[in-house]
Design a protein around this ligand. Structure first.
Ligand code: ADP
Ligand code: MG
Length: 259
């Protein structure tokens, strides 16, 4: 008997995106399993952020397939429809409501579609209260629930924004360079947070910091000039000749510090 076809949470096939004649994404094939935490690395300009834009509908591909779950063709949907399917994205710079408390920020993101005003003048439902507490617990900000978001450290703001995405219970979470600008301690805690979310959510993390990548990565995908250069464990990709060449600009035998 032939086994059933493998079920991916995300499948990108033959995807191409050109900006003014420049191929930012070039025949990209990318597959991810449900519940997987996948790390994507690659030099500046490799097309990492564009890849996320193609998943969220911010950018349309010129060619190729972008499929979510069993049979949802994301290229036919707009950004709003894609977000509603349960695909959440965290950009590099945190965007939280700095004049609202941490707790209110989570609440606003649960209720987001009703608008800020409707939300502030309505009562908190018990089910929302439980959900808010659960999210605060997950992101480690329970003791800051009543603080203004503007008073949080950079790292804490990043966790709050991850919490705001979690409040919407996404199936797929896309996180662009979460450790940028964080202290070493915050970086480690971010890694622990993402690891705790894997399994319950499928997560794509784009990251430069190789210490962080080593902490969280099971499978690393290396993107270069808009397609996949190689895929494997951290050790496999760090020892791959092609990866060393891309990061160092030349071949270096016997050195395993790249990227
Ligand atoms: P990375 O995130 O890996 O650093 P990007 O995906 O941001 O790379 O960019 C890949 C390439 O595509 C870069 O050369 C960038 O200048 C170009 N690019 C990305 N978005 C646009 C856009 N909206 N218009 C024109 N060029 C773009
Ligand atoms: Mg980028």
């Amino acid at each position: 008997m032939t086994p059933p076809p493998r079920q991916f949470i995300l499948a990108m096939e033959g995807v191409t995106k050109t900006f003014d004649g420049f191929r930012a994404i070039n025949g990209l094939n990318f597959y991810m399993d449900e519940g997987e935490l996948r790390v994507i690395i690659g030099p500046n300009g490799a097309g990492k952020s564009t890849m996320l834009d193609l998943i969220t509908g911010r950018t349309r591909p010129d060619a190729g397939k972008v499929e979510f779950g069993r049979d949802t063709d994301l290229t036919r949907l707009n950004e709003y429809e894609i977000a509603r399917l349960g695909i959440g994205r965290k950009f590099q710079t945190p965007s939280v409501y700095i004049d609202h408390t941490v707790e209110e920020n989570i609440w606003l993101s649960i209720e987001g579609r009703r608008g800020v005003w409707a939300c502030l003048f309505s009562r908190l439902r018990p089910s929302d209260r439980d959900r808010i507490h659960e999210v605060l617990e997950t992101i480690g900000l329970t003791d800051r629930a009543a603080s203004k978001a503007g008073a949080l450290s950079h790292g804490q703001k990043q966790w709050l924004e991850i919490g705001m995405l979690l409040a919407q219970n996404p199936r797929l979470l896309l996180v662009d360079e979460p450790a940028a600008g964080m202290t070493d301690d915050e970086t480690v805690r971010t890694g622990e947070l993402l690891l705790s979310l894997a399994g319950r959510h499928s997560i794509v993390v784009i990251e430069h910091d190789m210490v962080f990548v080593r902490q969280i990565a099971r499978t690393v995908t290396v993107l270069h000039q808009g397609s996949i250069l190689c895929e494997g464990t951290v050790d496999q990709v760090q020892n791959d000749e092609r990866v060393m060449e891309v990061y160092l600009g030349r071949k270096k035998k016997g050195q395993s510090t790249a990227p």
